[in-house]
Design a protein around this ligand. Structure first.
Ligand code: UDP
Ligand code: MG
Length: 315
């Protein structure tokens, strides 16, 4: 079987209702650009009929290639598996819920043919998302932008096209706690954004509840910044500075017979404040240490349970 020009990767977690439409819309749009393609559907341990539907979609069209995980490993890991299995000269990552309009791929391909190696989608507006999601997302992107060493384009998601050269580099970066949009900025190459408006979810609910969003944010921050670790140093200098200044002040106040700073409350507040700061700093250390430990264990990033036929033959 010859290698396709374009690989499309869609991570899937309980998206049974969206899958047939996703495949249909991709097929229609790719017909217009006349490239050979494959669609890698990564089933990230779905509990609904996603895997079953994938098998039947693959049976109908050999360009559809499911990879089925043994359990849920998370969105970023599912995309990683897609990158590992992709064979195209260009690779597009797209959400399975049709929030990233497949039509934008045409423009991404045009940019790629102009010589750009990373073409990322920039969300100009987002339909049907809660104000909370919009607010936290905007805060997150701006925070990441300020405290990390890589320039991650504002409001770009994982919807992007990567040249084979970029995919090969990313495939060598086997970090467990992954923030792919950061990693694909970090590698360099010629990059450009294409604006698009993010659609509503086709069906179902978001698979990113608040807890997962927090974990995602802390993976992004710890993966690309030492700022939280340095925070302890800054706070240490700050409180040491304040106490040095306070010594002469208190001496003068006492000598002049003032009653200020007498009593337990002041002491208690100072002790609790510093205790809190120390515990938070320890927690931050723990975040990095835990990730370090995970990495050192060197377990595989994901476990594949099943690869329905056609794909198996080529790997
Ligand atoms: N997803 C996944 N594993 C997970 C969570 C999500 O593969 O543990 C997939 C999901 O099926 C979708 C994409 O990742 O295709 C983006 O997730 P979602 O649409 O829920 O995120 P949102 O768009 O709400 O940020
Ligand atoms: Mg979505």
């Amino acid at each position: 079987m010859t290698e396709p020009t374009l690989s499309i990767i869609a991570p899937v977690y309980n998206e049974a209702e969206s899958l047939p439409t996703l495949v249909k819309r991709l097929r229609e749009i790719l017909q217009t650009v006349e490239v050979s393609w494959e669609l890698l559907l990564i089933d990230d341990g779905s509990r609904d009929r996603s895997a079953e539907i994938m098998r039947s979609l693959a049976a109908e069209d050999p360009r559809v290639r499911p990879v089925i995980f043994a359990r849920n490993f998370g969105h970023q890991i599912a995309v990683t598996a897609g990158l590992d299995y992709s064979r195209g000269r260009a690779v597009v990552i797209i959400d399975a819920d049709l929030q990233d309009p497949p039509e934008v791929i045409v423009e991404m391909l045009a940019r790629w043919r102009e010589g750009y190696e990373v073409v990322y989608g920039v969300r100009t507006d987002r339909e049907g998302e809660s104000w909370f999601k919009l607010f936290t997302a905007s805060l997150f992107y701006r925070l990441i932008y300020r405290i990390t060493d890589v320039t991650i384009p504002l409001d770009s998601g994982d919807f992007r096209l990567l040249d084979r050269k970029v995919v090969d580099v990313l495939n060598q970066m086997r970090e467990r706690h992954r923030f792919l949009r950061g990693m694909s900025a970090w590698v360099g190459f010629r990059q450009i954004g294409v604006p698009y408006s993010r659609a509503k979810r086709f069906a179902g609910e978001t698979k990113y509840p608040f807890k997962k969003m927090l974990r995602f944010a802390s993976d992004a921050i710890t993966g690309f910044s030492y700022f939280p670790l340095q925070l302890a140093t800054y706070l240490g200098f700050l409180s040491a500075g304040i106490s040095i200044l306070a010594i002469p002040v208190v001496i003068v106040l006492r000598a002049s017979g003032s009653q200020a700073f007498l009593g337990q409350a002041t002491t208690l507040i100072a002790v609790l404040f510093l205790g809190g700061v120390q515990l938070i700093s320890l927690g931050i250390l723990g975040e990095y240490l835990g990730r370090l430990y995970d990495q050192v264990k060197g377990r595989p990033l994901y476990i594949v349970r099943e690869i329905p036929e056609p794909l198996k033959q080529i790997r």
